[in-house]
Design a protein around this ligand. Structure first.
Ligand code: HEC
Length: 197
């Protein structure tokens, strides 16, 4: 290769690296693929079957040195980086606001608008993710919880409630019932805050 050629290739590489850095995006947590796969099963499996699958995933995450936080991060806002992005709501970033599962659930627990029904499919997907996370979370009690008498039982109960509320939300969206959607979102939201307390 001639000297000029080497230089051109060199400059090209520098430019490409620069462009690569400019388009860097926040990634979803490494737990995302397993959670999404489990979410695909939510409509087909009852709690017993879903949480069995959740147990397998929890074990796998543990082997990969991943933690509950890596699962919970999926609920955060979808963002462009740096950092870890949540899954968000819907395919297109920013098309539904707020574009984060936690924030959208909170919003629906306060007010549900007829326009939300136009996005029912995306909101159902959000609830499926939530149900899948519940089926994994139940198998990942943290050390604090393990130390408190009855802590694990309570953890399991709230995880189950999180799943059931997510299923209620799916049903309410199918029924296109604004009141039921709000009730289910409130129940789901309560399961989050009760466990975080
Ligand atoms: C059974 C218990 C449990 C349930 C139910 C639960 N969480 Fe969590 N969540 C935790 C724990 C514990 C942490 C902190 C993990 C850590 O710090 O290691 C956490 C952390 C988080 C975080 C990351 C911390 C932050 O502030 O950004 C988010 C986001 C989150 N949860 C959202 C939710 C949402 C939304 C729901 C309900 C749809 C929910 N969680 C339900 C136990 C739970």
């Amino acid at each position: 290769m001639s000297k000029q050629c080497v230089m051109v290739v060199g400059i090209g590489l520098v430019l490409m690296t620069g462009v690569g850095m400019l388009v860097v995006r926040a990634d979803e947590s490494p737990a995302a693929p397993d959670v999404k796969k489990l979410a695909d099963q939510v409509g087909k499996k009852d709690w017993a079957a879903l949480s069995r699958e959740g147990q397998t995933i929890a074990k796998k995450l543990d082997e990969q040195k991943l933690e509950l936080l890596d699962v919970m991060y999926l609920f955060r806002f979808r963002k462009k980086g740096p950092g870890v992005s949540g899954i968000g709501v819907g395919e297109t970033p920013g098309a539904i606001v707020p574009d984060g599962i936690e924030a959208k659930t909170l919003k629906l627990s306060k007010v549900v608008q007829p326009a939300d029904l136009d996005k029912a499919a995306d909101l159902k997907r959000m609830a499926e993710i939530s149900a899948a996370v519940a089926a994994i979370t139940i198998h990942m009690p943290n050390d604090n919880v393990k130390q408190v008498p009855g802590g694990i039982k309570k953890w399991q109960r709230i995880s189950r409630e999180m799943h059931d509320a997510s299923k209620d939300l799916i049903k309410a969206l199918d029924a296109k019932n604004l009141v039921q959607i709000k009730t289910a979102a409130t129940k789901l939201q309560n399961s989050c805050t009760r466990c975080h307390r």
